[in-house]
Ligand binder design. Structure first.
Ligand code: NDP
Length: 325
């Protein structure tokens, strides 16, 4: 079987296409023929070696995939069944989806929800799954469409673009923050009511500013997150999932103690199975058909390395799908 293989030589990560025997796949109850995988920010860091993602080499990257079961010794999954995998350290510590086959634990798989197919599931992928977790965090914090406008940062990327589509379809007014004017038409088609430049939130951070947003979904971190926290309404909620702009958070406690602002962290890797099923159900129900046409490009397995470099150079809009077969 063909796979993208990451090896480390003299401390440098090297990515190449390799022929691997399925016998070499790691232990797991279920073997899946992968139809689609994707290039997420984390995959791009892993493939280029620009981030410490891989915990042991050699590694097949790919933190998410969809496909069909070819072998299962777990009663929950049967031959031919369509399944999805996101997270659980797959593509980081366990061989992942950028290969013709993957062998994983049954506990990590989600049965394909009614209304989705393999391709659509990977258009959503880890990015869309995370976007839905962020939207649910706003809802759980009491934010409704009547609360006011929601800001989405890094909106041109996979998480951000799906968050814009989800919020719009749920009736929220959405402001999309994007550093690239090329993303604006897509963001408007996905439902952004307003667009904000990257510079608007990149200046020096003040403890409090005029209250502008009922809530926010942040994929960027650093000054952007610090600046938007100062602009959240009294009682507002921020779901923070990303670090595309950096890992720091140069803020003060003032928005939290004077405006009752809630900062909710979002992790998509270790979400329990019951919550996963709920997230996928809501994604299937909420995303309009137009979403699947707008924010997607396709590459093949040999194109995955170039796609990873382009993603880190911020030259990619929306989701990048990898067609495995
Ligand atoms: P993408 O690369 O698709 O999107 C990131 C977006 O961030 C870019 O499109 C760009 O948007 C913006 N951006 C990039 N560089 C900078 C910068 N230097 N300063 C400010 N903005 C920048 O990645 P994903 O959507 O896949 O992931 C987004 C973030 O979320 C990543 O940090 C990723 O690690 C994180 N993530 C976290 C998860 C979790 O479980 N917590 C799960 C999935 C993702 P634009 O050009 O529109 O400004």
């Amino acid at each position: 079987m063909q796979a993208l293989l990451l090896e480390q030589h003299n401390g440098q990560t090297q990515a190449r296409l390799a022929d691997i025997s399925p016998d070499e796949l790691p232990d797991g109850e279920v073997t899946v023929e992968v139809d689609w995988s994707g290039i997420n920010y984390k995959d791009a860091l892993a493939i280029t070696g620009k981030g410490k993602i891989i915990r042991q080499f050699p590694m097949i990257p790919g933190i998410d995939f969809s496909g069909r079961v070819v072998y299962s010794n777990d009663p929950r999954f049967h031959y031919g069944q369509s399944v999805i995998l996101t997270g659980w350290g797959v593509g980081e510590a366990h061989w992942g989806g950028l290969a013709e086959q993957a062998r994983v634990k049954a506990d990590w798989l989600v049965a394909m929800p009614k209304g989705l197919d393999s391709r659509k599931a990977m258009i959503i992928g880890t990015a869309g799954f995370t976007a839905m977790l962020c939207v649910m965090a706003l809802e759980e914090g009491g934010i409704t469409p009547q609360s006011g406008e929601i800001l989405v940062t890094g909106a041109g990327g996979g998480v951000g673009s799906t968050a814009v589509a989800l919020l719009h379809s749920l009736g929220y007014k959405v402001c999309a923050q994007s550093g690239r004017s090329a993303t604006h038409p897509m963001l408007q088609q996905l439902g952004a009511d307003n667009i904000l430049s990257r510079e608007a939130l990149s200046g020096d951070v003040r403890p409090l500013e005029k209250q502008r947003w009922a809530g926010a979904i942040d994929t960027v971190g650093d000054k952007v997150l610090a600046n938007l926290l100062a602009q959240i309404h009294y009682g507002g909620v921020v779901a923070a999932c990303g670090l595309a702009g950096g890992v720091n958070l140069p803020t003060t406690v003032i928005p939290f103690i004077l405006r009752n602002v809630r900062l909710q962290g979002i992790d998509s890797v270790n979400v329990p199975a019951v919550r996963r099923a709920e997230v996928w159900k809501r994604l299937t129900k909420s995303l309009p058909e137009s979403y699947y046409q707008l924010a997607t490009r396709e590459v093949t397995l040999p194109g995955a390395i170039e796609a990873a470099q382009q993603l880190l150079a911020n030259n990619i809009t929306g989701r990048t799908l990898v067609k495995i077969r």
